[in-house]
Ligand binder design. Structure first.
Ligand SMILES: *[C@@H]1O[C@H](CO)[C@@H](O)[C@H](O)[C@H]1NC(C)=O
Ligand SMILES: *[C@@H]1O[C@H](CO)[C@@H](O)[C@H](O)[C@H]1NC(C)=O
Ligand SMILES: *[C@@H]1O[C@H](CO)[C@@H](O)[C@H](O)[C@H]1NC(C)=O
Ligand SMILES: *[C@@H]1O[C@H](CO)[C@@H](O)[C@H](O)[C@H]1NC(C)=O
Ligand SMILES: *[C@@H]1O[C@H](CO)[C@@H](O)[C@H](O)[C@H]1NC(C)=O
Ligand SMILES: *[C@@H]1O[C@H](CO)[C@@H](O)[C@H](O)[C@H]1NC(C)=O
Ligand SMILES: *[C@@H]1O[C@H](CO)[C@@H](O)[C@H](O)[C@H]1NC(C)=O
Ligand SMILES: *[C@@H]1O[C@H](CO)[C@@H](O)[C@H](O)[C@H]1NC(C)=O
Ligand SMILES: *[C@@H]1O[C@H](CO)[C@@H](O)[C@H](O)[C@H]1NC(C)=O
Ligand SMILES: *[C@@H]1O[C@H](CO)[C@@H](O)[C@H](O)[C@H]1NC(C)=O
Length: 620
């Protein structure tokens, strides 16, 4: 291959033999030839790629009287060696018996010599000789052979590097180049200059067979943490036929190991507050590379540290788990700590559950709280918020119900406690009987006021028969009223019987016939006949006295009545009859002709008056 520079040289360089020209021309020629001079003194240079054919034109004008042409090569300090011959007259070619060029030469008719399969050893000075009868012309050509080296590769790579330690990172190798190339290391594209942190050693090997160079550059490197992910490359710089070239290697990154400088303990929980029963996961970590795998955990209450992986789990923690938790590297060099507070909330309600008490009894209730923070307490009775906590000095029926004492810790999600008191207030049946005469006097309304829990069953009897047409009010707070309407034809005794699991209570009331102007028997009896013997005795005395008084008053009253309302009775009596409880047959109807009566039991006068007034209103 003939380079452009060689072509340029052809035009400016004189050939041998020099004809004697003028002195000026000679000077000019020398000057020009000096410009063309190359190392190796060749005037022509042929650059050839290793393995290609070397084409060596003769560069001499073929004279007319040429006898033959010859090629030889010259080497420093050695005799020149002829390798090819062509006879101009016989047109024959002969190749000399030179081992190195055996079967590689081809000398064409125009005396161009071609050498196949260029080798490094072909870097010589070849000379073309044309010989005439009386002259010899010579023209030397220098052969240069180039071989591109292989792409550099980083081999013998370290699996990891350590900070503060000079370690072989790897070797950069570029094989079989010619002429010898240079290797350069780069970090993140910047040339790595040899320093204390980067020690570079280059080595060159020559293959004795081929004469090609293999260059190896080892790099010892002391990295810093910042070299994590740094890209290392190397390149080979070499001369090719057309000048300097560079080939880069693939880039390589290295795992940089560095020690832990800080240990951190973390509490991994679902919520940001911890309460009793929660699981706590402690996580310990170090910032080294590779990260430490094992730690010591220091748990409150544990005398010795616990060796564990980076996670340590505490299950179902109690309040006594509150405290300082620490972790360290297993050499105990670095440590971190954190405080954990396990929140708790205790509620104690006394009494609680189902409590049965008798009416009138006292019941102290307490709901006490113990907690890790200030907790708020509130009370509910039958799903209604209460203003204050309950306390009973004397239980009433309305006190019965479901009491809930509940508390929450606002700051701690899900921490809530409650206890229930189901209070049952029991009482024996209590009876109070009242009677009232309708405005028109046509019937009487007898009421049996019953109190007691569990709800007493009420039964009415009149002298002899059972009365079952009763009206009952709602049972509220242990009370209700059972009522009957009657219009007795003669004096009757009505009995109200109330009975629950605790007791059977019976009370009677004498009701006078309705038609006869009367002075009623004591209208109200709330006493239990069997129990109150003493009271009955007193009552009898009272009645005797009362009867005397009543007789007197009744006389006056009857007289007044007869005088005033002789004409009123007829109509209202008919009306009232429709609403009246039918009494057994033998008690024939007598309608009381008086709309007012005088009560002998002085204690009940007021109450009956009120009832009467109410009756007036409701009938109006
Ligand atoms: C030499 O080269 C010529 C022309 O290129 C070719 O014809 C001939 O075969 C070659 N001779 C040898 C021995 O290779
Ligand atoms: C000489 O001959 C060879 C092969 O025959 C040819 O390739 C080449 O161009 C010729 N060179 C000159 C200078 O004529
Ligand atoms: C030299 O190169 C030849 C051909 O490529 C090869 O077979 C041989 O192993 C090489 N020798 C050395 C020492 O590398
Ligand atoms: C290789 O390095 C040497 C010394 O630094 C220098 O002289 C030479 O020119 C370099 N070769 C290439 C191909 O860069
Ligand atoms: C705590 O962990 C145990 C298993 O270790 C699991 O059975 C339990 O449900 C967990 N408790 C909570 C509150 O997550
Ligand atoms: C914490 O209390 C629980 C019972 O509530 C007990 O089993 C455990 O041993 C206690 N732990 C410590 C460290 O005192
Ligand atoms: C808790 O209650 C105490 C006493 O009632 C009070 O001094 C304290 O400030 C409260 N703390 C909080 C966090 O409310
Ligand atoms: C009242 O009781 C009697 C006798 O027990 C019964 O025959 C009658 O059906 C009852 N009447 C009502 C309304 O319950
Ligand atoms: C009914 O009782 C009244 C007094 O309460 C009495 O005066 C009257 O004689 C009694 N009548 C009968 C029929 O017993
Ligand atoms: C009701 O009258 C009868 C007589 O008819 C008498 O024996 C009884 O004591 C009276 N009862 C009451 C509660 O007054």
């Amino acid at each position: 291959m003939e380079t452009p520079s060689a072509a340029a040289a052809a035009c400016c360089c004189p050939r041998r033999p020099l004809q004697p020209p003028s002195r000026l021309l000679l000077l000019l020629s020398l000057l020009l030839s000096a410009l063309c001079l190359r190392p190796g003194l060749g005037l022509y240079t042929v650059n050839t790629v290793y393995g290609d054919a070397i084409i060596l034109p003769c560069h001499l004008e073929v004279p007319n009287d040429l006898r033959f042409g010859k090629w030889k090569y010259e080497m420093a300090n050695k005799a020149s060696e002829f390798i090819a011959f062509r006879s101009a007259t016989k047109k024959t070619v002969q190749y000399d018996d030179v081992l190195e060029y055996k079967d590689r030469l081809n000398l064409s008719e125009n005396y161009t010599l071609s050498i196949s399969n260029a080798r490094i050893s072909d870097e010589k000075r070849f000379v073309c000789m044309l010989v005439t009868e009386d002259n010899v012309f010579e023209q030397p050509t220098v052969v240069k052979v180039f071989k591109q080296p292989s792409q550099p590769e980083i081999i013998s790579r370290a699996t990891f590097l350590e900070t503060e330690q000079l370690k072989t990172l790897g070797e950069c190798i570029s094989q079989d180049g010619y002429p010898k190339g240079n290797l350069t290391w780069f970090k993140n594209g910047v040339v790595l200059q040899p320093t204390e942190e980067a020690v570079i050693n280059e080595q060159t090997k020559v293959n004795q067979t081929t004469g090609l160079y293999t260059v190896i550059s080892s790099l010892e490197y002391k990295p810093t943490k910042d070299d994590t992910n740094a890209q290392f490359t190397c390149s080979v710089t070499y001369f090719g036929p057309t000048g300097q070239e560079t080939i880069r290697s693939e880039s390589v990154a290295f795992d940089i190991h560095y020690p832990t400088e800080k240990v951190k303990i973390q509490v991994l929980t679902e919520r940001n507050t911890i309460k009793e029963g929660d699981n706590i996961t402690l996580k310990c970590s170090g910032n080294g590379n590779p990260p430490p795998q094992e730690f010591f955990f220091y748990i409150p209450g544990e005398p010795d540290p616990i060796r564990s992986s980076s996670l340590y789990v505490l299950t179902d923690v109690r309040r006594n788990a509150t405290g300082e938790y620490r972790c360290s590297l297993t050499d105990e060099s670095l440590m971190d700590s954190t405080i954990i507070t396990v929140h708790y909330l205790d509620l104690s309600l006394t009494p609680s559950g189902e409590v049965i008490k008798q009416i009138g009894e006292a019941l102290p209730v307490s709901c006490t709280i113990s907690s890790s923070r200030n907790a708020t307490v509130f009370w509910m009775k039958d799903n209604t918020r209460m203003r204050a906590s309950p306390s009973f000095s004397s239980l009433q029926y309305q006190d019965a119900g479901n009491y809930i004492c509940e508390t929450t810790l606002q700051e701690v999600e899900g921490l809530k406690k409650r206890q229930i008191l189901t209070l049952i207030v029991e009482g024996k049946p209590q009876i109070k009987m009242t009677k009232r005469t309708s405005t028109d006097g046509s019937y009487k309304m007898i009421a049996c006021h019953v109190e007691g829990f569990p709800k007493p069953a009420v039964q009415w009897t009149s002298s002899g028969g059972v009365i079952n047409k009763t009206e009952e009010t709602k049972y509220v707070n242990g009370k209700f009223i059972s009522k009957i309407k009657i219009a007795p034809e003669e004096n009757v005794t009505l009995t109200c019987i109330a009975e629950n699991q605790l007791e059977r209570t019976v009370t009677s009331l004498n009701v006078s016939a309705i038609s006869i102007p009367e002075s009623d028997e004591p209208e109200e009896k709330s006493d239990d006949n069997r129990e109150n013997v003493n009271d009955q005795a007193k009552l009898i005395v009272g009645i005797v006295v009362g009867l005397l008084l009543a007789a007197l008053i009744a006389g006056v009253a009857y007289w007044l009545y007869m005088k005033k309302s002789k004409d009123v009775n007829g109509e209202s009596q008919k009306e009232a009859a429709q609403n009246i409880q039918t009494l057994p047959r033998q008690e024939s109807y007598f309608f009381m002709s008086a709309s007012k009566h005088v009560d002998k039991d002085l204690g009940n006068i007021e109450e009956n008056k009120k009832l009467e007034e109410n009756n007036h209103k409701s009938e109006a």
